[in-house]
Ligand binder design. Structure first.
Ligand SMILES: O=c1ccn([C@H]2C[C@H](O)[C@@H](COP(=O)(O)O)O2)c(=O)[nH]1
Ligand SMILES: [Zn+2]
Length: 193
């Protein structure tokens, strides 16, 4: 083989080995990751009208609790009611459903949730606001405030303001985050080693 060709091939392969590999840039940032976790949890909800998820995060960016709105343990999703406008209040979901925020707090895997942030799909109602305040959570990041005009939700804001709990609306960078189970994503980018 031509000696120049061999030298050039070796030089080329050295150059490609030395090329600096940089990090991926399209990774989820922390906030996207936590709000997406709340949205994923909401997919577990059986409520036909609102599926709400919540994700609690500590100061070290560790998830310490996740929850969604659902019937209490032992109360069958098939036997307890999901309706709202029922003749008897006893037959409506309102008396039974555990809210996402309450479930996330009760599901905590740490000793407490003091100074944590809660990510929620829907701004918390007054009952959840009370539990959030009493649990020591100091920040609420919510996606939708579509019930914000209702007295319950106005009461939440009054309580958060009085208790010094910060709250603000999350505006997503991406409208969609896709999860592909096939693994094709990394097969296209990994090296042959
Ligand atoms: O702070 C909240 C407020 C509401 N939810 C849940 C409870 C219900 O399952 C739905 C709301 O349904 P409506 O039909 O609008 O009453 O959302 C919650 O988890 N956390
Ligand atoms: Zn609530």
């Amino acid at each position: 083989m031509d000696i120049n060709l061999i030298e050039n091939t070796e030089k080329l392969s050295l150059e490609s080995k030395d090329k600096k590999i940089t990090k991926r840039e399209d990774y989820l940032d922390w906030r996207e990751y936590f709000m997406a976790t709340a949205f994923l949890a909401a997919k577990r909800s059986k409520d036909p009208s609102y599926q709400v998820g919540a994700c609690i995060v500590n100061k070290e960016n560790k998830i310490v609790g996740v929850g969604y709105n659902g019937m209490p343990i032992g109360c069958s999703d098939d036997e307890f009611p999901w309706g709202k406008n029922t003749t008897s209040k006893l037959d409506s979901k309102f008396l039974y459903v555990c809210h996402a925020e309450m479930n996330a707090i009760l599901n905590k895997n740490s000793s407490d949730v003091k100074d944590c942030t809660i990510y929620v799909g829907l701004f918390p109602c007054n009952e959840c606001a009370k539990i959030i305040i009493q649990s020591g959570i100091t920040e609420v990041i919510y996606f939708s405030d579509e019930k914000g005009h209702k007295p319950k939700y106005i009461a939440s804001k009054k309580m958060f303001d009085a208790a010094g709990v910060k709250y603000w609306q999350y505006i997503p960078k991406n409208n969609k985050i896709e999860i592909t189970f096939s693994g094709a994503d990394w097969q296209n980018t990994s090296s042959s080693n």
